[in-house]
Design a protein around this ligand. Structure first.
Ligand code: HEM
Length: 215
């Protein structure tokens, strides 16, 4: 970053603590969602395999976060995916969606219980209805880090997610996780997509809930 401010410590004053009102393009994603039209393409020994899935995503506002002068608003999320009509977890993921109003920066962090984390970055306007974020293995920022087994057997070299907010309030994503699988010359595109409809409203973040209770 070449445009760092001289003062790295002073935090912004008079921060609006209503996170739901400051999420920019992420605002329509706050709440609890379900999707029944998921499609996964995953690596199997015999080659790519397609699998339908159902998903529940909870995205809840967190209190505003400051890194010195930097101010971020965000949602903490949990994704839970099963095969249709099954209880067994097919995919589980936690992390944050973050928005920096001053720069239009978007950050998506993800942790999956295979021993892997990633942080994807992008930019958007506050009213954007489509945005894309990318993570690339080996970079200092917006990278990917795996535990030893995955790093050697199924190294994730890049991750890309495109979100689309629909006029009817639903939203969807398409993501492409590129894997370098040991013994295979060509990269494998582990892809996922789904369309989500709202099943629950978001819970106000702690500071905003306290302000509402006092009012
Ligand atoms: C809705 C999203 C996703 C679903 C439903 C999903 C599902 C799966 C499943 C079922 C497998 C196991 C294949 C098998 O061995 O039978 C797999 C493998 C894998 N996934 Fe995902 N995945 C998703 C997203 C992601 C993301 C976002 C990443 C990383 C950025 C990721 C990284 C991997 C890796 C590295 C493997 C290889 C490990 C292995 O096959 O043992 N996945 N995924």
């Amino acid at each position: 970053m070449s445009d760092l401010p001289a003062d790295l410590y002073t935090e912004p004053r008079d921060i609006d603590v209503n996170t739901l009102a400051n999420l920019g393009p992420l605002a329509p994603m706050a709440g609890v969602w379900e999707g029944t039209r998921g499609l996964d393409v995953k690596p199997k020994a015999e080659g790519p395999k397609k699998q339908a899935y159902v998903e529940r995503i909870e995205l809840q506002p967190i209190d505003p976060q400051t890194n010195g002068p930097q101010l971020l608003y965000g949602l903490r999320y949990h994704v839970h995916v099963t095969k249709p009509d099954q209880v067994k977890t097919y995919h589980d993921q936690v992390g944050y969606w973050l928005w920096e109003p001053a720069t239009g920066a978007l950050i998506h962090t993800l942790t999956i219980p295979r021993g892997e984390i990633a942080m994807a970055g992008g930019t958007a306007t506050p009213d954007a209805t489509s945005f894309e974020l990318v993570a690339t293995q080996g970079l200092d920022t917006f990278g990917i880090c795996s535990a030893p087994f995955l790093n050697e057997a199924f190294k994730t070299t890049s991750f890309r997610i495109q979100v689309t907010i629909h006029p009817d309030g639903r939203w969807g994503y398409e993501e492409d996780t590129v894997l370098q699988i040991r013994g295979q010359a060509e990269p494998f595109h582990h892809t996922d997509r789904n369309l989500l409809h709202k099943v629950g409203e978001p819970t106000p973040n702690p500071l905003w809930a306290a302000a509402l209770a006092k009012a």
